[in-house]
Design a protein around this ligand. Sequence first.
Ligand code: ADP
Ligand code: MG
Length: 320
Amino acid sequence: ATPAATMVGTAIGASHGILFKGGDVLERVRDVDTVIFDKTGTLTKGEMTLTDVRVLRPETDGSGVVSTDDTSEYEGDELTEEFLLDVAASAEAGSEHPIAEAVVEGARDRGIDVSDPAALQNVAGKGIRARTDHGDVLVGKPELLREYDVDPSPAEETMATLEREGKTAMLVARVPDDAETGRLLGVLAVADEVKSESQTAVSALRERGLTVMLVTGDNERTARAVAEQVGIDPENVRAGVLPEDKASVVEDIQSDGRRAMMVGDGVNDAPALAAAFVGTALGSGTDVAIEAADVTLMRDDPADVLRAINVSEGTLAKIK
Ligand code: ADP
Ligand code: MG
């Protein structure tokens, strides 16, 4: 494009809060044929709320076998919803993940006095392990518990039900100081509302002939429930993607010559934004994501993806 056309396109974009990092980006955007959305904070609001607290009592753990020894592992604490939430929140208080913030806020709302853990270990894409007043606590995915030899299977049904509702469910386990292995205490779920613009944004892109995909670290069931709400086909969902694998998922999608725009907001998304033909960050996203991106959508509106493509096409049409 001529410098004048680029200036006009850049200005029109800016008037909609769409920032292109240079004229070459403005030209590239119209060639995008696939749009890959991150889920949390991109298609959803990214403001999680605690919705469910489910205690797994020994007699209801699904095995049908009640062992009298089971209760001794609670060190005299009665396993109530409040206790479960207290244990989880005292671990999550050390994490800055949106899930963690929802758990801590949910606990405080229910009058629980939450204290910070003495130590915290983030297990990327899987959850946390923390040293708390209640002993060592695990909060996260089934894989996390398995890593520490805690069997997550008694919670399978409960998790599946919550996930089909589009919620993110997580397991809570405790390793008491005097015990070798941990014990599964229960399940928590958080929900994140889909942005009101997401569904229209997806259908407008699809009407234009673009392929729309979803990539997330969240589990398959939750991802599919959200995909269904916004109109993304199940075969275009890539779930359970670890932070370090998001970029290779983008590369894989592009390996057959597709030109993908990755749209994301988190630190997790930065390598994928860099790997994509066009990386698009949301203005409310982390600085790392914005730096890695070619385009920034200041209004955080997924519908601005199509607007960005329109601006790019319009700019190039004028110079022909
Ligand atoms: P996303 O790609 O959706 O932004 P992340 O990669 O940050 O997600 O996390 C992926 C999954 O790991 C979450 O859906 C959750 O199951 C689990 N997880 C991550 N951090 C935490 C945490 N602090 N507490 C509980 N679960 C967590
Ligand atoms: Mg995100």
